[in-house]
Design a protein around this ligand. Structure first.
Ligand code: MN
Length: 192
């Protein structure tokens, strides 16, 4: 299978002012594209050629193929979690589970951003659930993905510097806190 990069579900400048057009242009147009291009080169002629991306992430050994598969998946997931119509808060079962597992929505947001700030180097901060619906905040180094550990990813913030440096420079905390304005909770609820 040759993986194709999905179009963004919004205009390239639609996430402004939280994320600039320039950042989306580089992050989606160059970084995400490069991971997908690399993945297509690396799977050619291997047992992974006809697998779903999720199967590669679950099965491939540590190395370049796994890293590029994960980074392709993570970026697609990230951009599809964001929306110019996002913000607000979750409702229903997910809102109840957040209150149960983190105390309140505000406490969850603080713990999530703190996990992103505390991640040393590059990576992703994740909200994921287990098969019982219990929620976890996970610090994923580099290309790490909760699918690898049998968990269901619900939300991720990219904490690689390329995700925020053009807009926020070294202010990772500001970049992460602003993302709540464009998180689409209806999509996250549909994943739970
Ligand atoms: Mn990225």
């Amino acid at each position: 299978m040759k993986y194709t990069q999905p179009d963004l579900p919004y205009d390239i400048n639609a996430l402004e002012p939280t994320i600039s057009e320039r950042t989306v242009d580089f992050h989606y147009g160059k970084h995400e594209k490069a991971y997908i291009d690399n993945l297509n080169k690396l799977i050619k002629g291997t047992e992974y050629e006809d697998m779903e991306l999720e199967e590669i992430i679950e099965q491939a050994p540590e190395g370049a193929l796994l890293n590029n598969a994960s980074q392709a998946w993570n970026h697609i997931f990230y951009f599809f979690t964001l929306s110019p119509d996002g913000g607000g808060k979750p409702t229903g079962r997910l809102a109840q589970a957040i209150d149960r597992d983190f105390g309140s929505f505000d406490e969850f947001k603080k713990a999530f951003v703190d996990a992103g700030i505390g991640l040393f180097g590059s990576g992703w901060v994740w909200l994921a659930s287990d098969s019982n619906g219990k929620l976890f905040i996970i610090q994923g180094l580099n290309a790490q993905n909760p699918l690898r550990d049998g968990l269901q990813p619900l939300l991720t913030f990219d904490v690689w510097e390329h995700a925020y440096y053009l807009d926020y420079q070294n202010r990772r905390a500001d970049a992460l806190n602003k993302l709540w304005d464009i998180v689409d909770w209806s999509i996250i609820e549909s994943r739970y």
